[in-house]
Design a protein around this ligand. Structure first.
Ligand SMILES: Nc1ncnc2c1ncn2[C@@H]1O[C@H](COP(=O)(O)OP(=O)(O)OP(=O)(O)O)[C@@H](O)[C@H]1O
Length: 247
């Protein structure tokens, strides 16, 4: 049995008398790739914010990397990486300036940041783009760079909020090579996505409907359980039950 890195027990968030996340319980192991799916408004972002130590649970409990999300949020933040469409790289800085900035934020020294920058650009095939402004890079390259920055400090867990929005399946596939290699190195990957090809790539997938987890298993097991040929069909059958409107 692998070490548990994310644990939740009836984790709940209410805004007034509206329950955005409703008693969710699950465990994620070290090096596991865990897909966190749900229709718009299902409660994924709210749950992820609690797991990142950014929002206090109303009820229930959770731990990430061994730290309590309600009482030790600063320790949680120190042991995770985070990437989303909205927050990733500074567009008006050059590639190397972004890496220097994030190295500093993560507490790496100047020399270590310089060495890791060289290694990373080489691994991504971006050596020639060191002095390029991030805004001039193609979206797929930006996403790969943002992911590499999110794991720059070797966190125990990386949270990815729709990391590949707007790119084609081939670019998504290339992005996922980086996810696999991070997971192989022992980093736990917690990823939300609306792309069902990505759901197929996860070790396990949970599907949220109206704040609750309605299904959680390996993609192959979910397809058997719902007698559906694809994850797309599994998702549609569950999402059909949703009563909540998206924003
Ligand atoms: N601060 C808040 N105050 C009140 N309601 C909120 C707040 N944050 C989120 N909600 C509501 O909680 C529900 C869940 O929202 P959340 O953003 O977690 O969903 P999601 O699954 O991440 O959706 P999406 O895929 O669209 O990002 C929505 O109905 C949303 O309007």
């Amino acid at each position: 049995m692998r070490e548990t890195v994310i644990h939740t027990d009836r984790l709940t968030k209410r805004f007034g008398n509206f329950t955005a996340v409703d008693h969710i319980s699950f465990d994620v192991g070290r090096g596991e790739i865990f897909g966190f799916l749900g229709a718009n408004g299902a409660g994924k972002t709210t749950a992820m914010r609690m797991l990142c130590g950014l929002s206090r649970p109303t009820e229930g409990s959770g731990s990430v990397a061994g730290y309590d999300i309600a009482t030790q949020p600063e320790m949680v933040k120190r042991n995770i990486g985070y990437m989303s469409q909205r927050f990733s790289l500074y567009e008006d800085l050059k590639v190397w300036e972004n890496l220097r900035l994030f190295g500093g934020i993560y507490g790496l020294g100047a020399r270590q940041t310089a060495t890791k920058t060289d290694e990373m650009l080489c691994r991504l095939g971006l050596e020639g783009e060191r002095d390029t402004l991030v805004k001039a890079l193609p979206l797929g390259w930006k996403q790969k760079l943002a992911f590499s920055v999110a794991i720059f400090h070797k966190p125990r867990v990386v949270f990815l909020d729709e990391p590949t929005g707007g790119v084609d399946p081939a670019a998504r596939r290339r992005f996922w090579e980086l996810i696999y290699s991070a997971a192989d190195s022992g980093i736990t990957v917690f990823v939300t996505t609306h792309y069902m090809d990505e759901a197929e790539y996860c070790d396990r997938v949970s599907i949220m409907v109206d704040g609750r987890i309605e299904a959680l298993d390996r993609p192959a097991a979910l397809k058997r359980q719902f007698e559906a040929p694809t994850m797309d069909e599994v998702f549609r059958r569950l999402a059909r039950k949703a009563t909540r409107q998206s924003d």
